[in-house]
Design a protein around this ligand. Sequence first.
Ligand code: CP3
Length: 357
Amino acid sequence: VHCSLRGAVVEQKTTEPLLLSAVRGEDVERPPVWLMRQAGRYMKSYQIICEKYPSFRERSENVDLVVEISLQPWNVFKPDGVILFSDILTPLSGMNIPFDIVKGKGPIIFNPIQSTADVDEVKEFIPEAFVPYVGEALTILRKEVDMKAAVLGFVGAPFTLASYVVEGGSSKNFTKIKRLAFSQPKVLHALLDKFATSMAKYIKYQADNGAQAVQIFDSWATELSPVDFEEFSLPYLKRIVDSVKQTHPELPLILYASGSGGLLERLPLTGVDVVSLDWTVDMADGRRRLGNDVAVQGNVDPGVLFGSKEFITNRIHDTVRKAGKGKHVLNLGHGIKVGTPEENVAHFFEVAKAIRY
Ligand code: CP3
């Protein structure tokens, strides 16, 4: 790897993936880049697999399919991070919470959780017993990617998982989880406690089997006012981070909380290494408000990928300039949308990888 800064050719010191050097604050020549939901329905190759294997559970729970789908964007775009193809709901069946992901409907939880008795039925997650395919897939991905990119694992944040299992699926108004939070907070806390314990274990399992960084998705934190975030999300995120850091101090943890503009100053309190921003906050403001200890990720509106190539280029350069040199991972502010032209995704990666600080 060469750095052409000031005409000099400097050998990069590390052999580890660029993404890891960048989030640790080492001197890197450009920001690493990967995209949330980089494997999935916008890719023709994924659609072909969906025709052959119509069940999402099968696609995400069969080692060969998980590896093949995870590698689809790697083969075409060579991102700096290769995220495991899975879902935040994948561990739920191992916790005695049966679910499915249905085309056109999204996630369905068969027996939504409403009471203390329901929470008592939730079992602690034992990853090696319930999702051995995740460990096997991560191990294979590590071999395939071979330090040329970082293999990324992920989990759902306790509050986001609780939203799904209490609402029974995706929700528009979040009345069930709010009713539980504000009328029977103890029941919700008992559920969040179980998710925190299980997700800490799951992160460690992913790291032990090949994940080099793990992202925590708190996709529905956006539904919480800051005081409620402090009660129902922050302490559980912090507990997960504390637990993982005890056994895996070197593992970078990334936190994505969508709609987090009103929460930014609180996010580093979780102890994560990287905060992933959505696009409702300007990258320059985000960087300033987060402070210098954490790295920043994200921020480009996924809708930008529907713009012209020139427009996409300008937005990438704008984001990189505002993020400043180092401790930045270029990414979208949320997952790639269905219908995004693959050639625009290719363009995004080309422009991103040509950047030099
Ligand atoms: O980033 C990647 O490429 C890895 C794959 C990934 C999936 N889900 C695959 C998937 C990741 C990181 C997730 C995380 C996830 N799952 C989140 C957090 C990220 C976010 O978007 O906020 C959430 C909230 C879920 C729950 C979930 N799973 C939803 C809301 C849906 C969409 C339902 C639909 O039909 O649109 C899913 C299903 C799902 N998970 C799909 C994919 C590619 C789409 C269904 C399919 O491809 O058949």
